[in-house]
Design a protein around this ligand. Structure first.
Ligand code: C2O
Ligand code: CU
Length: 525
C-alpha cells in the first residue's frame, strides 16, 4: 500500500469504492447466533479474581513531551476461564494499558497497526484510526474515521493535555468497522492528572481504580461472536470488567474511587449496589464535578465515563457487595447481564490518607461556569433513521465521504458558545450522542433539570427514547472539522456520524488529513 491518504481519498470519491475494495467489503460480516456458547457453559459470576490494568510507561521523555508506543496485534485472552479467545490488544493487553499523564505535558502516541490483513471471521480489512476520546486534539490527531492506518502502517498522534484533569479513553475509530475493532479489544483508559485534583483528599493511587466494562458473546470454540440483528446493535450475554467475566475484587475497609468506562459496543447500563447503598458520583466525562451527587442508580451509556466513590468501611470483613445492572429500556437481557462485579470486603490493612469526599470538588469546572446567555446560536440535531440507515439530521458519514469530506452540519466560530438541542424523538431506541473536541454542559433534559449525575462537564449525552436534551457547547481554541456521532458503535458504523467545522478566520487552518499515516518500518521506534 503505497498510495497517499489523499490519493486514496480521491480514489474512493471517484470510483465509489473505499480503498479499491469492492463496496460490500467496506462493511464487515456477521456471525451466526446459533454458534453461541450456551448459558450452561458460561462461568458463574464472581468466580475469577478482578484484574487491574497496568500503566503504560513512556518509551522516552523530554522537557515537554512523553512518547508512548501502542502496537495493535492479535492476542489470546482468557475472558472466561478455560476458553482461549482470540482478540486484538494494544501492546498485548485487553483492554489496553492505562496512560497516566500530567496536565501541561504533551503526549505523542505512536500507534502501530500490526493487525492481520483480514479479520479472522468477519471478512474485513482492519484499518484503524486512533481516537483519544475527551481530548481537545487537533483534527489530524483526533482519530478522524476516514484518516485510516492500514495493517503495516503507523501514525504518531499528538495530544496537548491542556484540559483539566479527567478520565479519557482511547479507542479505535476506523471507518465502518469501529464496532468490530473495539469489540476485538481496541480500547483503553487515559487519565489526565492535575494539581488541583491532587490536592483534594479523594482516593488516589492504589485506591483509584480503572473499570472498563464491555459485554461480549462467545462461540463454542471460545472465540468472540458478533451479531447486530440487522444493525440494531450488539448485546452480549457476558459482562466483562477489565477483560474478565464478572470478576470479584478484594477491597479494604475504606473508600475507593472507580473510574468507570462503558466501552461496550451498544449496551447501556444502570449501576447500583446490591445492598441498596447509594453511589457517590464525583466525576463525569470532563473530570470532577463541582460537587458530588448521590444516586441510587447510575445510568451509563457507551462512551461515557463516570467516577464513583464507594465506601467499604460500612461493611464488615467477609461481606460481599455486588455492582449490579438494572437493564435500561431497549437493552437485551440475558441470564447474568444484571450482574457486573463483586467486592469482597477484607480486614486487610490500608492507608488512611485520601479517604474523603469533600462537599466541594471542583466548583470552577469550566463547562459548569459557562452561561447560556453567552450562546451565539441555537441548533437542533435529530438522531433517527433515514432510508434504512441511522442518521443525524438525515446525514450519514457516507454523505460526508461523498462530499469529499466538506459537508458539515454546523460551522460554529472558535471561542464561542452555542446551544445545541440533541433530539431522539423516536421510540424504541436510545442514542448516546457524542460530540468530538468539546466539553458541554447539560442545560435541560426534556424541559426539566439534568439528572443529578449529569451535573458535570460532558462529551456524551444519553438520549433515551423520545428525549430532547439541550446542551451548552464551548468551542474554545478550536479550528477545523470534527466528527459527531452516536456512540452505539453499530449505529455509528451504519452510518450515524456527521461532522461540524469550527471556523477560525484569523487562525491557522488544519485538516483531518494533514498528517497521514506512514509505512516505513525502518523509521519505526
Ligand atoms: Cu469515543 Cu468518536 O468516539
Ligand atoms: Cu444510536
Amino acid at each position: 500500500m503505497t498510495m497517499s491518504r489523499r490519493e486514496l481519498m480521491k480514489l474512493s470519491l471517484a470510483g465509489g469504492v473505499a480503498l479499491g475494495l469492492p463496496v460490500q467489503r467496506a462493511f464487515a460480516g456477521e456471525d451466526n447466533l446459533s454458534d453461541r456458547l450456551p448459558d450452561s457453559a458460561l462461568p458463574q459470576p464472581y468466580t475469577v479474581p478482578f484484574r487491574r490494568v497496568p500503566a503504560l510507561r513512556p518509551v522516552q521523555s523530554d522537557a515537554t513531551t512523553d512518547y508512548y508506543r501502542l502496537a495493535m496485534h492479535p492476542v489470546v485472552a482468557e475472558v472466561i476461564a478455560g476458553y482461549r479467545t482470540p482478540m486484538w490488544g494494544y501492546n498485548g493487553l485487553v483492554p489496553g494499558p492505562t496512560i497516566r499523564q500530567r496536565r501541561g505535558r504533551a503526549s505523542v502516541v505512536r500507534c502501530v497497526n500490526q493487525l492481520p490483513a483480514e479479520h479472522p471471521t468477519l471478512d474485513y480489512v482492519p484499518w484503524t484510526s486512533l481516537h483519544l476520546h475527551g481530548s481537545a486534539s487537533l483534527p489530524q490527531y483526533d482519530g478522524y474515521a476516514s484518516d485510516i492506518t492500514m495493517p503495516g502502517q503507523w501514525k504518531d498522534y499528538r495530544y496537548p493535555n491542556t484540559q483539566q484533569a479527567r478520565t479519557l479513553w482511547y479507542h479505535d475509530h476506523g471507518v465502518h468497522h469501529t464496532a468490530q475493532n473495539v469489540y476485538m479489544g481496541l480500547a483503553g483508559q487515559y487519565h489526565l492528572l492535575d494539581r488541583r485534583e491532587r490536592r483534594l483528599p479523594i482516593p488516589k493511587g492504589w485506591y483509584d481504580v480503572a473499570l472498563t466494562v464491555g459485554d461480549m458473546m462467545f462461540k463454542q470454540d471460545g472465540s468472540l461472536l458478533f451479531h447486530t440483528d440487522g444493525e440494531d446493535g450488539f448485546y452480549g450475554d457476558v459482562i466483562a470488567v477489565n477483560g474478565r467475566a464478572w470478576p470479584a475484587m478484594r477491597v479494604a475497609r475504606r473508600r475507593y474511587r472507580f473510574r468507570i468506562l462503558n466501552a461496550s459496543v451498544s449496551r447501556a447500563y444502570a449501576w447500583y449496589l446490591s445492598d441498596g447503598t447509594p453511589l457517590q458520583v464525583i466525576g463525569t466525562d470532563g473530570g470532577l464535578m463541582p460537587a458530588p451527587a448521590t444516586v441510587d442508580r447510575l445510568p451509563h451509556a457507551p462512551g461515557e465515563r463516570y467516577e464513583v466513590v464507594i465506601d467499604f468501611s460500612r461493611y464488615p470483613p467477609g461481606a460481599r457487595v455486588e455492582l449490579r445492572n438494572k437493564h435500561p429500556r431497549n437493552t437485551t437481557r440475558y441470564r447474568h447481564t444484571d450482574k457486573v462485579m463483586a467486592f469482597d470486603v477484607t480486614d486487610a490493612p490500608f492507608r488512611r490518607r485520601h479517604d474523603q469526599v469533600p462537599s466541594r470538588l471542583r466548583p470552577r469546572t469550566p463547562a459548569m461556569t459557562w452561561r447560556e446567555d453567552d450562546s451565539v446560536a441555537t441548533r437542533a440535531f435529530d438522531f433517527g433513521r433515514q432510508g434504512g440507515e441511522w442518521a443525524i439530521n438525515e446525514t450519514t458519514w457516507r454523505d460526508v465521504v461523498d462530499s469529499g469530506f466538506t459537508a458539515v452540519l454546523a460551522s460554529p466560530l472558535t471561542d464561542t458558545f452555542e446551544v445545541w438541542e440533541l433530539n431522539n424523538l423516536h421510540g424504541g431506541w436510545h442514542h448516546p450522542a457524542h460530540i468530538h473536541f468539546v466539553d458541554l454542559r447539560i442545560l435541560s433534559r426534556n424541559g426539566g433539570p439534568p439528572h443529578p449525575h449529569e451535573r458535570g462537564a460532558k462529551d456524551v449525552v444519553f438520549l433515551g427514547e423520545n428525549e430532547s436534551v439541550r446542551v451548552l457547547v464551548g468551542f474554545e481554541g478550536g479550528h477545523g472539522r470534527y466528527m459527531m456521532h452516536c456512540h452505539d458503535l453499530v449505529h455509528e458504523d451504519h452510518d450515524m456520524m456527521a461532522q461540524f467545522e469550527i471556523l477560525d478566520p484569523a487562525g491557522d487552518a488544519y485538516d483531518p488529513f494533514d498528517d497521514p499515516p506512514r509505512h516505513d518500518p525502518e523509521d519505526e521506534w
